[in-house]
Design a protein around this ligand. Structure first.
Ligand code: 13P
Length: 303
């Protein structure tokens, strides 16, 4: 199935009242598992590639594989460049096939965040690519222990969010309302009133980073207040590490046993979370609601 436009997908999710899981992949085994998990749930899915992980894999090679996997998928798929640090890397990611990009520059002063994000929006919109901006700061590092990265959380101010969306033209907005990236030990306290105020102040779909560790009812509370994309990685990474460690046995089984074990647990976790996010069973409706997208930004089918 061809890729679908991310903005259309997230607008569909908002109208229908569910969220799409955006799962970071770190190799082609993860890509296959994420898509298989979404297929089992009959859910649209976003496969993400975080710039901070590029040290661990060959991004152009993995994107080529992800493109093949997405076209072959039985559910709508988008390929997203996560945590992009600026215009150059966003352009590069689009050249390699990403049809959504995140401008992760909210640690800069507000005016610089606006300027960099706006430059990415101008470049990306010219080729039909969706842009996610961020106001506020979500600390931590996806895949690692949150306690090791105790950066200070900066909650999103609703008025600033509204100004940011108006000045940049972003299609979707990542907000900081209490989540952190990475493995967490204590229960996360969400500022749901703040989230509701942000949703009222801006017209675009909202994104939550740091999905790992939230309780099912917390996800449902987020989605009820306008969250349409949940970024999720550490949960997959931890399950994969444990499964690989248990399966890898240099005497009785080779490396491929580890690959198989990882694929099984990652797929199952994607299916489970798609069900919690309300995305399960939505693949057909999402596909007919979304314009299709191909690498040069040409719309295959407008509606
Ligand atoms: P977690 O690793 O905490 O799930 O966060 C992932 C994320 O936000 C990627 O953008």
């Amino acid at each position: 199935m061809p890729l679908i436009r991310v903005d259309d997908l997230l607008n569909h999710a908002r109208t229908a009242g569910y969220a799409v899981g955006a799962y970071d992949a770190v190799d082609s085994n993860f890509v296959s598992a994420i898509i298989a998990g979404a297929e089992a749930a009959r859910a649209p899915v976003i496969v993400s590639f975080a710039e901070m992980h590029f040290a661990h894999y060959d991004f152009p090679v993995l994107m080529a594989a992800a493109m093949v996997a997405a076209r072959r998928a039985r559910v709508p798929v988008a390929l997203f460049f996560d945590h992009g640090t600026g215009l150059e890397t966003a352009r590069d990611a689009i050249r390699h096939g990403a049809n959504g990009v995140m401008a992760d520059v909210s640690h800069l002063p507000f005016s610089e965040n606006v300027a960099v994000t706006r430059s990415i929006v101008a470049m990306a919109h010219a080729v039909g690519v969706t842009v996610e901006g961020e106001v506020g700061y979500v600390p931590g590092v996806a895949g690692e222990d949150a306690i090791l990265h105790p950066g200070e959380i900066q909650l999103t101010a609703p008025a600033e969010a509204a100004r940011f969306v108006a000045e940049t033209g972003v299609d979707v907005l990542a907000v900081s309302i209490g989540t952190v990236h990475g493995r967490i030990r204590d229960e996360i306290k969400l500022d749901l009133d703040r989230l509701a105020a942000i949703a009222k102040a801006v017209a675009v779909p909202l994104v939550i980073h740091g999905g790992t560790g939230l309780a099912d009812e917390q996800f449902r509370a987020l989605i009820a207040r306008g969250v349409t994309k949940v970024n999720y990685y550490t949960g997959l990474s931890d399950l994969a590490s444990a499964a690989a460690a248990a399966a890898l046995d240099p005497i009785d089984a080779g490396y491929t046993a580890g690959l198989d074990a990882v694929r099984a647990v990652v797929a199952a976790e994607v299916t489970r979370t798609c069900e919690i996010f309300g995305a399960a069973g939505r693949s057909d409706a999402a596909q007919s609601a979304c314009r299709l997208w191909q690498e040069d930004g040409t719309l295959l089918r407008g509606n």
